[in-house]
Design a protein around this ligand. Structure first.
Ligand code: DGJ
Length: 695
């Protein structure tokens, strides 16, 4: 049994592969935190009662042991409330009453609570999957009058007191997933998106350690929220080092009304504890995502070609067929036509929403292009942006009321577009219908689902509970994807939002890969990929090789370097192949072949981030006895020779052979001293090494 109950102390213990999580019911019927860390027995967990990590939000005069698992307004609690309710009589706050619990299945515990006075039940869910604790909350209005929720988080987390360092991801368009690591302020630190999207600027992932953890050692706690809309995580640390955080969907200021009998279920907020440092945390996330989130983790992702950087909006049948032929010659397995194929979409100002092929650009509809792509032996994918509309479109002229808007306010345009209100059932059904038709008519293999702007004026005039749009729009996106996948089992989807604006555990449950950034410069990508891979595995990390100089940064880099950076994820091609020289095309074809050789290890292996001297970094993927090492040296100051790169995932007593050179290495030497790298001279040098462990 992976959930144990100790009735005397009213204590529950969830046990994972190498971690444990314990909570207990206090005398006031509040569920309090006991332990999140190394495995413990029920007796040991019981012995921890009274010594729990203290609550950073409790009154300093009357300290209670153990922080609340879902802090509410009311009582001597002064931190951010995870559940905030305003009752029909305008009273607020909650006083807990325990109703019971159920061990729903082997590793899933549900604790049922209610308010002592008002008609509301709250179910706290805990499910242990491997070493990941999944938590979510269900709130039901059991009365006859509406109840207003001013906050309804999925879970609150507590870690032992002590110095704390916060790792999180920040960014912007073209610079997503930048890892920041620094001392946690003795304050409330809010990580949030108010954009209706997961966002480029912050990601609902974080990690906490005591400041001493490293890549492969030390205790780290980490959480990630499975939600693709607005969200908020508030981390709280007091001057004494007591630390906890609460998080869930929606940003501050939104309210949701629960009508009589209605239930609101939050997204999963998942937590990882590891003693193997930041690398250990990442590997636990990767394993969890593969085992529990991705629809098809077992599949190798194809090498795709995407037309965006080659043509931008300038797409037509002949041009796309020419690119497709080149892409197939280089070894691409899927051709993806990007923006510009429909309506009057000659630029970003018009046509969005009119989802029929432009008759001048595609006189045969998509038929000829799809046939040519298939004849070249590739699958066919296409770009769509289902949540958006240009005001200059037939769709908007016909349905101006279908967009998010607020009475008496301007409709803010971004990239000349507005957001469709997919929370409306008619808009959601219309969206599903055209996507279903498009995919069905052409047997489309892959949708690049884009979303190029955040919400503004996100009202819903005429609706009794307008802030619902923040929940229901996101749910509608998830539902449409689920319905499409169910109707077209062969369909695969890429999550894109102007680059990496929508990467989270919620979207990954119905997509197959993510486009992490519009910035394809390999130097910038090393940092972007490093941040992305803190939580997401290589098999969902789209990475195109594009032209040099790069369209975004104007930086020139060698083809081989560009490939070696992209090979750390799902390799793609994104440049204008019609301008590549025969030598470049040949080299590219060789490198694509090389990628296909290492792809099973990269996409299905276990990842270890590597750091060498100077600017040298890399990643080691291991699968059974096979190892793939990709190493990058962006710049080489005078006198610097890229030293050997120490490997993390090798055994001291074992011997490894380089599959290309035949050279053998002692595991202990690879660990301590490192792998010698055969790198070209100068900046932008890189290497790919394939090792196998000898029996
Ligand atoms: C933003 C995406 O990230 C790009 O790759 C491209 O698809 C454009 N949108 C198209 O408008």
């Amino acid at each position: 049994m992976r959930v144990a109950y100790e009735p005397r102390l009213r204590l529950w213990l969830l046990t994972g592969t190498s971690t444990a999580y314990a909570v207990r019911l206090d005398a006031d019927d509040c569920v309090r935190h006991v332990h999140w860390g190394a495995p413990v027995t029920v007796e040991e967990a019981a012995a921890l009662v009274g010594q729990e990590p203290p609550d950073p939000a409790a009154s300093s005069f009357e300290e209670k042991a153990g922080a609340d698992e879902l802090p509410v307004e009311g009582g001597a609690h002064f931190g951010p409330a995870a559940l905030q309710v305003r009752w029909a009589d305008l009273g607020r706050g909650i006083e807990w009453k325990y109703l019971g619990h159920e061990i729903v299945e082997d590793a899933h515990l549900r604790i049922d609570l209610a308010d002592r006075h008002y008609p509301l039940t709250v179910k706290l869910h805990y499910r242990m999957r491997g070493d990941v604790v999944e938590r979510w909350t269900e709130v039901t209005n059991t009365g006859h009058e509406p109840v207003t929720l001013q906050r309804c988080d999925s879970a609150a987390w507590t870690v032992p007191a002590g110095p704390r360092r916060l790792s999180h991801l920040v960014g912007a368009w073209n610079s997503e997933f930048r890892l920041r690591r620094g001392e946690l302020a003795a304050a409330e630190t809010v990580l949030t998106s108010r954009r209706g999207l997961t966002s480029h600027h912050a990601n609902p992932w974080l990690a906490l350690d005591d400041g001493t953890a490293g890549e492969e050692h030390g205790e780290v706690w980490s959480t990630a929220l499975a939600w693709s809309g607005s969200w908020r995580v508030t981390v709280q640390r007091d001057p004494g080092g007591r630390t906890g955080w609460t998080g869930g969907f929606g940003h501050e200021g939104l309210t949701w009304t629960l009508t009589a009998g209605e239930t609101l279920r939050t997204p999963v907020f998942a937590g990882v504890y590891s003693t193997a440092g930041f690398g250990g945390v990442s590997r636990t996330w990767h394993a969890y995502i593969r085992a529990n989130i991705l629809p098809h983790p077992e599949e190798l992702r194809p090498v795709l070609y995407n037309s965006w950087e080659a043509t931008h909006f300038d797409v037509d049948e002949a041009g796309q067929i020419a690119l497709a032929r080149r892409a197939a010659e280089v070894g691409a397995e899927m051709f993806v036509m990007d923006d510009g194929w429909f309506g009057r979409r000659a630029n970003e100002r018009k046509g969005l929403g009119d989802w029929t092929p432009n008759p001048e650009r595609f006189p045969h509809g998509l038929t000829n292009l799809v046939a040519a792509v298939r004849q070249s032996g590739m699958k066919f994918g296409i770009w769509v942006e289902p949540e958006m509309v240009n005001p200059d479109s037939d769709l908007y002229r016909e349905h101006p009321d279908w967009v998010l808007h607020t009475a008496n306010r301007r409709r803010t345009e971004m990239r000349h577009q507005l957001v469709l209100n997919l929370a409306r059932p008619d808009v959601r059904d219309w969206t599903h219908a055209w996507l279903d038709r498009l995919v069905g008519e052409h047997g489309i293999d892959f949708l690049k689902w884009d979303c190029n702007r955040p919400f503004t004026e996100a009202g819903w005039p005429g609706h009794a509970d307008p802030d619902r749009v923040y929940l229901d729009h996101t749910r509608a996106v998830h539902q449409i994807m689920d319905r499409l996948r169910a109707g077209h089992p062969g369909l695969r989807i890429e999550s894109c939002a102007g680059g990496g604006g929508r990467a989270d555990l919620g979207i990954l449950a119905r997509t197959d890969q993510v486009w992490p950034s519009d910035n394809t410069d390999p130097i910038d990508r090393i940092a972007i990929q490093n941040g992305f891979a803190q939580v997401f595995p290589a098999q969902v990390m789209g990475a195109w090789v594009t032209d040099s100089p790069n369209v975004t940064t104007a930086r020139s880099t060698p083809l081989r370097f560009r490939f070696h950076v992209s090979m750390a994820g799902v390799l793609g091609l994104g440049g204008d192949l019609t301008t590549w020289t025969p030598d470049e095309l040949e080299e590219a074809a060789d490198l694509v072949r090389e990628y296909k050789r290492v792809r099973p290890v990269v996409q299905h292996g276990t990842a270890y981030r590597l750091t060498g001297a100077g600017t040298l970094t890399g990643v080691q993927y291991t699968l059974n006895d096979d190892h793939v090492i990709l190493a990058w040296l962006p710049s080489r100051p005078y006198g610097h020779t890229p030293g050997p790169l120490p490997l993390s995932a090798v055994e001291a007593g074992a011997v490894y052979r380089d599959l290309d050179t035949g050279r053998t290495y002692q595991g202990a030497v690879l660990q301590e001293k490192g792998l010698p790298l055969d790198m070209p001279a100068g900046d932008h040098a890189s290497a790919l090494v394939r090792l196998t462990r000898l029996p």
